[in-house]
Write a protein that binds this ligand. Structure first.
Ligand code: UT7
Length: 338
C-alpha cells in the first residue's frame, strides 16, 4: 500500500491582531421605541443595550469586512499577500453563491487564498477560530484571516418587539498565525438541531418571493424570528457549562482567567455566565453590547477590539470566548489576547 506524505504543521497558533468596523449610524433606544411598544428602561434592564449601530446602504457586508480586516492585518503586522486562507462567518450575506470570502480575499490582496463562508450564526467567530487553529497546526494554512460580519438589520422586522431592539450590524476580524506556544486553546463546540426553531428565518427565499404564499398576494422579505426566553435560559445555564469545559480543556482555572469576552447576546446572559463560572471579580468582562447591540458573528471580535483599544486588557492575557446562537450552535475556547 502506498503512503502519503503529510505537510508538517506549526506546533500551535495564536491570534496576532484584531480589528473591527462599526457602522456610522447610531440608533438609540428612543428611536427603537418609535417603532415598537417598549421603553428605554425595559430595553436597558432586560438586555443591557443603550444604543446599537445599523449599517447604511454603502456599509455592505463586503465593505465592513474589508475595513475590519485591514485593521486586523495592520495590527498583526501581516501583509495581505501572506494570508493563505480567508474564512467569513456570516448569516446575512444575502447572495447564496459565490461566498463573500473570495471577493474579500481578492480586494484585500490575499490573491489566491483559499476562501469560504461559514454559517454558524453567533458562534461563527469561535467556529472560525477553531478551524483556523486546526488548519495552521495541520499544515494546511499558515496565516488565516477570519471575519465575523453581519447586517442583521436587513433581516430584522423593525416592528417586532422581540427582535427590533436587540439585533445590530458590524464586522470584526482576526489574523491567526503560527506560534511556538499555544495562543488558542482546544475548542468545545456542538449543536442542538432539535431547537432550531428558536431562532430562524421566517420563511425560505423561494416561499418568500412567491406572493401566493401570503394572504395579501405580495412577496414578503424573510426576517429573523426569535423565541427569546428559551434561548435566554439555554444560553445562561447550558452555555456556562460549555464555557467551564473550554477552560478545563485549556488547563485554565477561574483564578487564572484575565478576561471574559462572550458573545454579546444580552448583558444579563453575560452576568449569569460570570456568576455560574464563579469567576473572580477582577476578571475583565466585555460589555460591548451596551453601545453596539447584538451583532451575532461580529460581536466577539468587536468586543475584543474595544477591550484592547481601551487599555483594559493586555497582550498575553488569558481570555475566554464563547459564541452561541441560531442552530442552535455553540463554541468556546480560551485564547491569549494579541
Ligand atoms: O444572539 C443569539 C442568541 N440570542 C440570544 O441569546 C437572545 C436571548 N434572549 C434574550 O436576550 C431575551 O429573551 C430578550 C432580551 C430577547 C427578552 O427578555 P426576556 O426577559 O426573556 O423577556 P420575555 O420575552 O420573557 O418577556 C417578558 C415580558 C413580557 O411581558 P409580560 O408577559 O411579563 O407582561 C413581554 O410581553 O416583557 C414583555 N416584552 C417587552 N416589553 C417591552 C417583550 N418584549 C418587550 C419589549 N419591550 N421589546
Amino acid at each position: 500500500m502506498s503512503t502519503l506524505t503529510l505537510r508538517p504543521g506549526a506546533p500551535a497558533s495564536a491570534i496576532l491582531g484584531v480589528g473591527g468596523y462599526r457602522p456610522r449610524r447610531v440608533v438609540t433606544n428612543a428611536e427603537i421605541c418609535e417603532l415598537i411598544d417598549s421603553s428605554d428602561e425595559w430595553i436597558r434592564t432586560r438586555s443591557g443595550i443603550t444604543e446599537r449601530r445599523w449599517a447604511s446602504e454603502d456599509e455592505t457586508v463586503k465593505m465592513m469586512s474589508i475595513e475590519a480586516a485591514r485593521k486586523a492585518l495592520g495590527r498583526a503586522g501581516i501583509e495581505p499577500g501572506q494570508i493563505d486562507t480567508v474564512i467569513v462567518a456570516t448569516v446575512t450575506h444575502l447572495h447564496q453563491t459565490p461566498a463573500i470570502a473570495t471577493t474579500i480575499a481578492s480586494e484585500l490582496g490575499a490573491t489566491g487564498a483559499a476562501a469560504f463562508d461559514i454559517s454558524a450564526a453567533c458562534a461563527g467567530f469561535c467556529y472560525a477560530t477553531a478551524m483556523a487553529d486546526s488548519f495552521i497546526r495541520s499544515g494546511s494554512s499558515t496565516y488565516v484571516l477570519i471575519v465575523g460580519v453581519e447586517r442583521l438589520s436587513d433581516m430584522t422586522d423593525k416592528t417586532d418587539r422581540s427582535t427590533a431592539f436587540i439585533f445590530a450590524d458590524g464586522a470584526g476580524a482576526a489574523v491567526i498565525g503560527p506560534s511556538d506556544t499555544p495562543g488558542i486553546g482546544p475548542v468545545v463546540w456542538g449543536s442542538d438541531g432539535d431547537q432550531s426553531h428558536l431562532i430562524e428565518q421566517t420563511q425560505p427565499w423561494d416561499k418568500a418571493m412567491d406572493g401566493d404564499n401570503f394572504p395579501d398576494g405580495e412577496p414578503h422579505w424573510p426576517m429573523l424570528r426569535m423565541e427569546g426566553n428559551p434561548v435566554f435560559k439555554w444560553a445562561s445555564y447550558t452555555m456556562a457549562k460549555t464555557a467551564a469545559e473550554a477552560m478545563d480543556a485549556a488547563g485554565v482555572r477561574p483564578e487564572d482567567l484575565d478576561v471574559f469576552a462572550p458573545h454579546q447576546a444580552n448583558m444579563r446572559i453575560t452576568d449569569a455566565m460570570f456568576r455560574a463560572l464563579k469567576l473572580p471579580s477582577d476578571v475583565v468582562v466585555a460589555r460591548d453590547i451596551a453601545r453596539q447591540g447584538n451583532t451575532s458573528a461580529a460581536s466577539i471580535p468587536l468586543a475584543l477590539e474595544a477591550l484592547i483599544e481601551s487599555g483594559e486588557v493586555h497582550s498575553g492575557q488569558t481570555c475566554l470566548i464563547i459564541g452561541f446562537g441560531a442552530g442552535l450552535v455553540f463554541a468556546g475556547q480560551v485564547i491569549l489576547i494579541p
